[in-house]
Ligand binder design. Structure first.
Ligand code: SAH
Length: 346
């Protein structure tokens, strides 16, 4: 149990003897003021002291290391969990907004060949409290830097749609309690078709990103093993139903790999899929990871990225080229592996 796991109803018994509005004050302290239970100044001192030592309100995360890159605009935390597992959380500041990239699982079972998390294997599902507390960690740090966290992306470690219930419960807290707009929350999936279909039926306006990376099954199955279970046609069907049900736009993530998925023919094939769905395409040159290096996979160079983008645009596709943030600290897409770092206590 941890402070961001408990519902309001579950918090009430911890405040026995106190009037019921104290629950709201504690809730407000945790989710709006983002402070420690003993720092909720609306509560009487003795109650705060009691809450401060309440085991059920203990934090779920212990920061083991913090690293900065991009002139402080990117921050990565290695956080330890109660059972000794470790995940990573990233905060990225942009000129007008700040984004937290949160993990949904310790490790990942999807085994994408080029992704460091996938190569390290799966440990376990994260709890609601562990997911929400990552957002709080990032929101506090943003505030301390004079910024405001206003976007959350489930693009850290793990496959969010393989931890569906807990991810959705944490989205409800992030939106309903922390107050980040649902339209500023993005769930990214490797292509878990049943999860996309479930998400389409939720009364939530979150964004869906699909890590496509290849527009034909032969290549995709090489890069993304889950493709064998959910071929591109089934994935595109689910996305089309998602768009029809939610009226939200889907985006495709495409890590550009030199001579693998960055040729003209790849752009043409991708454009067909994107146009059929009105999908937005996010391009990013592949970041180096041990698995990618072993397979001889390298990121497309800047000129190649520009040409690929231009070709998609000529096909009428909306494209964004993503900056590779946090590469220097292994915080960029696909690099999160939560390895022990020299600054971590033993
Ligand atoms: N499992 C979910 C959430 C992870 S998001 C998903 O697959 O969508 C992390 C994103 O980084 C995914 O789009 C993933 O495919 C991408 N990625 C993984 N390794 C990468 C690498 N080496 N370079 C660039 N992007 C990578």
């Amino acid at each position: 149990m941890s402070r961001y796991e408990l519902s309001r109803t579950e918090l009430a018994p911890l405040l026995t003897g106190a009037p019921s509005y104290r629950v709201d004050q504690l809730w407000d302290g945790l989710y709006r003021q983002l402070v420690e239970p003993e720092q909720v100044t609306a509560l009487p001192r003795d109650l705060r002291a009691r809450l401060g030592s309440e085991p059920l309100l203990a934090p779920a995360l212990h920061v083991e290391a913090v690293r900065h890159a991009d002139d402080g605009e990117t921050v990565k935390w290695a956080v330890g969990l109660a059972d000794g597992s470790r995940v990573e959380t990233v905060l990225m500041h942009h000129p007008r907004h700040s984004t937290a990239c949160v993990s949904s699982q310790a490790g990942c079972a999807m085994a994408c060949s080029f992704c460091a998390t996938g190569q390290a294997g799966y440990t376990r599902q994260l709890t609601v409290g562990e997911i929400v507390e990552q957002v709080v960690l990032a929101a506090r740090a943003a505030r301390d830097a004079g910024r405001r966290l206003d976007h959350v992306v489930f693009m850290g470690m793990g496959e969010p749609l393989a931890n569906y219930e807990r991810v959705l419960a944490s989205v409800r807290r992030i939106v309903g309690d922390i107050g980040i707009g649902a339209r500023r929350v993005t769930i990214s999936t490797v292509g878990v078709v049943p999860g996309i279909r479930r998400l389409a039926a939720e009364p939530l306006q979150v964004n869906l990103a699909v890590s496509l990376h290849a527009a034909n099954d032969r290549l995709r199955n090489d890069l993304v093993p889950l493709g064998r279970r959910y071929p591109i046609a089934a994935l595109m069907d689910a996305c089309a139903d998602y768009v029809a049900a939610t009226h939200r736009r889907v985006s495709f993530e495409w890590a550009l790999i030199r001579s693998v998925n960055d040729r003209d023919a790849d752009a043409d094939e991708l454009a067909r899929l994107a146009r059929a769905l009105g999908a937005h395409v996010n391009l990013i040159p592949l970041n180096p990871t041990p698995g990618a290096v072993d397979l001889g996979l390298v990121g497309t160079d800047a000129g190649g990225v520009r040409a690929f983008r231009a070709r998609l645009e000529r096909h009428g596709v909306n494209v964004t080229v993503r900056r590779t943030r946090g590469r220097a600290i292994d915080a960029a897409c696909g690099q999160l592996a939560a390895r022990a770092t020299s600054t971590a206590p033993s």
